[in-house]
Design a protein around this ligand. Structure first.
Ligand SMILES: NC(=O)c1ccc[n+]([C@@H]2O[C@H](COP(=O)([O-])OP(=O)(O)OC[C@H]3O[C@@H](n4cnc5c(N)ncnc54)[C@H](O)[C@@H]3O)[C@@H](O)[C@H]2O)c1
Length: 468
């Protein structure tokens, strides 16, 4: 029996053992989804704090209930570990680690590379490796494959207990580079972008169709068979590069359209036209128009970052990604625009920004979640503080502001009461969490800046509300 047939049999009988590397917003729900469908799943993470929590059935992500993790642990289908040697007992390894930008706004693939090195140490015949992290076209073929191949090319270091188990060349002195494993025959490699939308009640990991691209046709077949077990629909494409590009198209599409409505918001505001009224009217067209909402800026681990992975790669082909850069510029400007609007409003009311106290509502980058990565609210705090304003925040999902790579504010969420609201010169709505009491805010705040048009959407009429 070939390795492919053996692996396909294990996958379709759900006896294949799954390893998920990176138990974050993407990897944790994915691992739980496989466990819930009857697979034995081992989750791998380098963050030692997460391992005991998860093994005790405790969630560290607000919208993933502890009960879900506990059931998976109790069923013995899910276990977390930081011991990467346990990758040897897996049949499938799915990599879901971060892909941020570095300080020069260039792709930081160190997490993917480190995971690949770990996998290469323990890779054995008959395994499938899938990368799910968002990245530029070519990462799987040009970065992952060579690392895996280099690892499995060493013949010295062969574990005598397991003839398929090899130690990678870089761990050996004088290691030979004779290739033993061939991708597509001995092991399988694919890219399948993650489309998780945290806390979207309409779509979960298993109900979002999954695009899959293999390094070879056999890789594609095995990877599709895997996702067919747990995902409503797999969408095969011709290569890993096409799958990588698909994810970037989706996120660039969003970034550019958000930039467009953000630009129109500023233009229409100057003309005394309300962008939200215009969008509501435009979306009555039953074809050819798709609604996007303006806001205080882009946030999250994906939309502000992924497009620049393509910008970087396109340079290799002598192409400037003008649309992407322009959208980035407009979206980056939004927090500055909100600060200008706030300053003008305070001035109109006889106050200067430097003498004012401001309460920002909502820190997470979108509503009803606790993820504050790249959130424009953090930029707003920085800008207001730089102008001398006294800034506090309220966010039911983020009781305390943890330090990020860029900021260390040491602030805690202030309670939202009639008294606290009335004590600020201005309240700025940055993230429109459903649980906020908008009537209480409208009744008690002195002045309100609404960057999401939430008060109008909720039917709350108040002269204090100003859109920005
Ligand atoms: N968050 C989303 O909504 C979303 C949606 C689609 C795609 N993505 C993409 O998925 C990828 C993962 O994003 P995320 O939001 O889950 O990130 P995350 O930061 O929430 O989780 C990543 C996890 O990987 C762990 N990790 C880092 N290096 C590791 C290593 N070498 N070995 C093992 N674990 C390691 C971290 O400790 C963390 O727990 C990124 O490429 C992101 O762009 C994210």
């Amino acid at each position: 029996m070939t390795h492919k047939t053996q692996l396909l049999t294990k996958i379709t009988s759900r006896s294949a053992k799954i390893g998920v590397i990176g138990l974050g917003y993407v990897g944790l729900p994915l691992a739980l989804t496989f466990a819930e469908k009857g697979f034995k799943v081992t989750g791998f993470d380098i963050d030692e704090k997460k391992i005991p929590m998860l093994n005790n059935g405790e969630s560290y992500i607000k919208h993933i209930p502890s009960s879900r993790i506990k059931s998976a642990v109790d069923s013995t289908n899910f276990e977390a570990t930081s011991d990467f040697s346990r990758l040897t007992s897996t049949d499938v390894i799915i990599i879901c680690v971060p892909t941020p930008l570095d300080e020069h706004r260039e792709p930081d693939l160190s997490y993917v590379e480190n995971s690949a090195y770990e996998v290469s140490k323990y890779l054995k015949k008959g395994q499938l490796v899938v990368l799910e992290s968002s990245t530029y076209p070519g990462t799987t073929d040009e970065v992952l494959l060579p690392i895996l191949e280099q690892g499995i090319k060493a013949v010295i270091g062969l574990d005598p207990d397991d003839e398929d188990r090899l130690t990678p060349a870089r761990h050996l002195i004088g290691g030979s580079s004779v290739s033993r494993f061939t991708v597509g025959d001995d092991f399988f490699l694919a890219f399948s972008p993650e489309r998780e939308d945290p806390n979207n009640s309409d779509y979960t990991t298993s109900t979002i169709p999954k695009v899959v691209g293999g390094v070879t046709p056999n890789c594609l077949e095995v990877a599709c068979a895997l996702y067919d077990q747990v995902i409503v629909k797999t969408v095969p494409v011709s290569s890993a590069r096409a799958a990588e590009a698909t994810k970037l198209l989706e996120n660039i599409f969003r970034s550019i359209n958000i930039a467009l409505v953000n630009e129109l918001k500023m233009v229409f505001d100057r003309m005394d036209i309300d962008i939200w009224e215009v969008i509501n009217a435009a979306k009555t067209k039953p074809f050819g128009f798709m609604e996007f909402q303006p806001g205080p800026g882009l946030g999250g681990h994906c939309i502000p970052i992924d497009p620049f992975y393509l910008t970087w790669k396109a340079r290799e082909y002598d192409i400037n990604t003008k649309f992407i850069e322009l959208a980035g510029e407009i979206n980056t400007y939004q927090p500055y625009y909100v600060v200008e609007k706030t300053r003008d409003l305070l001035n109109k009311n006889g106050k200067s920004l430097s003498q004012s106290s401001i309460l920002i509502l909502g820190i997470s980058y979108k509503k009803n979640i606790d993820d504050m990565r790249e959130s424009p609210s953090l930029k707003l705090i920085e800008l207001f503080q730089a102008k001398g304003a006294n800034v506090d925040y309220h966010d039911p999902y983020i009781p305390k502001l943890p330090p990020t790579r860029k900021y260390n504010f040491e602030m805690s969420s202030v309670p939202l009461t009639s008294g606290s609201l009335a004590s600020y010169d201005l309240v700025l709505l940055s993230t429109d969490h459903d649980s906020l009491d908008y009537q209480l805010i409208a009744d008690n705040a002195k002045l309100i800046v609404d960057t999401r048009n939430v008060f109008e959407r909720k039917g709350i009429k108040s002269d204090k509300v100003n859109k920005a």
